[in-house]
Design a protein around this ligand. Structure first.
Ligand SMILES: *Cc1c(COP(=O)(O)O)cnc(C)c1O
Length: 412
């Protein structure tokens, strides 16, 4: 069934694969083993000729497969694989599609743990260039004959930089590069990376797609736009049948089955439940983020506000062009960084915690926590000010949130 509305499709998604006993939710299938009446069937599952069947839960369960279909529908993809976390999905892409001697171009504004993985890749002999992807010419200038892949995030955390998404997509298409877009902050409720030519889309399901902060998960979606037939790093065994399926097949076999970061059925179920309200939550949290950003902009204790929904933001036009709203992520800098801890300690409603995309509003002082390991020099290079506070907007009423920030900022 094809639906025009994201939410209509999401809430009826499970029914498409056969309702079990009339239950409207896909059940939590906890079996690790799956038995077959006929040996032929068991053989067919191993050889890939029997579809919609499972053999060992490390390679998926009916519950994780239902979530894969759901995420795939949301992204308008050709196929989706779920993982135990977003990081597992990202590592699966890098480790299964890149080889020693290859070159990766990555936005320099990426999630801290993704940045950490880049160091591991370099140790494995994969060269990495980190570029300011807000301008596509920086990506173009970094390309080499051995470049295979370009990686960006839609809205960077915590600085909220937005890459030149469409121009980079066009560049990748011209050069035959795998274009990986991490859609975690925008989510398919605000943006489909397929629209800018992404080859693979990453979503951390632990964030706004689950939305409740009660389950970890990740997903990799193949948009169907990349021509895998010419991609050099695919094993001979996976170059069979329709070439459009080759890339994801290798990620599933090598990245999920062999590396083993498989999503547990309980987590898949919780994420599916959360996803039903994705669109409603993202809209409300984005409205709140814009209102809070506008309010903070006028506050005398605030030096700077980073939010792509503000006309002052350097990539406001790109965000306007591609995203339905500027998301639930924002950050701001205190004029007097020495008051950072005092201000945050006064917050009563807002929770001091790392993590993103929860139903509750979360704040974290960035420099002494998530960017502490990077060191002062790297922080300065990345534009992480000492007084920077990241805010992940939740579902609370905006008046309650502003009242909490107002009384806390009196300490600033
Ligand atoms: C959180 C996050 C990840 C990693 O997801 P986990 O599910 O926590 O492993 C990747 N990319 C972005 C942009 C994130 O915010």
């Amino acid at each position: 069934m094809k639906t025009r509305s994201l939410t209509t499709g999401i809430v009826h998604s499970d029914r498409e694969f056969g309702v079990e006993h009339g239950g409207l939710h896909k059940p939590i299938h906890t079996s690790v083993q799956f038995g077959f009446e006929r040996t032929e069937e068991l053989i067919g599952v191993f050889q890939g000729t029997v579809k919609n069947a499972w053999n060992y839960a490390r390679q998926g369960t009916p519950t994780s497969s239902a979530l894969e279909s759901l995420v795939n529908r949301m992204e308008g993809g050709r196929g989706t694989i779920c993982f135990t976390t977003g990081m597992a999905g990202i590592c699966a892409i890098f480790l299964t599609l890149l080889r020693a001697g290859d070159h990766l171009v990555c936005s320099k504004h990426v999630f801290g743990n993704t940045n950490s993985v880049l160091g591991t890749l370099e140790d494995l002999g994969i060269a990495v260039s980190k570029v300011d992807a807000t301008a596509a010419q920086n990506v173009a200038a970094a390309l080499r004959p051995e470049t295979r892949m370009v990686f960006v995030e839609t809205i960077a955390n915590p600085g909220t930089q937005v890459p030149d998404l469409a121009a980079i997509g066009e560049l990748c298409r011209r050069h035959g590069l795998v274009y990986v877009v991490d859609n975690t902050i925008t989510s398919p409720a605000l943006f489909q990376p397929r629209s800018v030519g992404a080859s693979l889309v990453v979503n951390s399901l632990s964030k706004t797609i689950g939305g409740h902060g009660a389950a970890l998960g990740g997903a990799v979606t193949d948009t169907g736009l990349f021509d895998w037939s010419g991609y050099p790093n695919l094993f001979e065994g996976y170059r069979k049948g329709d070439a459009a399926a080759w890339g994801l097949q290798q990620i599933r076999k090598k990245g999920l089955r062999d590396l083993g970061a498989s999503l547990a059925p309980e987590a898949a179920h919780r994420i599916s439940l959360g996803a039903e309200t994705l669109e409603l939550r993202v809209q409300r949290c984005s409205d709140s983020a814009l209102a809070l950003a506008q309010w903070l902009l006028r506050h005398p204790a605030v030096q700077k506000v980073h939010y792509p929904g503000l006309p002052e933001h350097p990539q406001h036009a790109i965000a306007q062009q591609h995203f339905k709203a500027a998301s639930w992520l924002m950050s701001f800098e205190l004029r007097r960084p020495e008051r950072l801890v005092e201000v945050l300690d006064r917050l009563q409603l807002v929770v001091k915690a790392t993590g993103l995309g929860d139903t509750r509003t979360l704040v974290i002082p960035v420099a002494p926590t998530i960017f502490w390991e990077a060191g002062a020099e790297a922080r300065a290079e990345m534009g992480i000010a000492d007084g920077l506070i990241r805010v992940s907007l939740g579902l609370e009423a905006i008046d309650d949130l502003i009242a909490d920030f107002e009384q806390a900022l009196q300490a600033a």
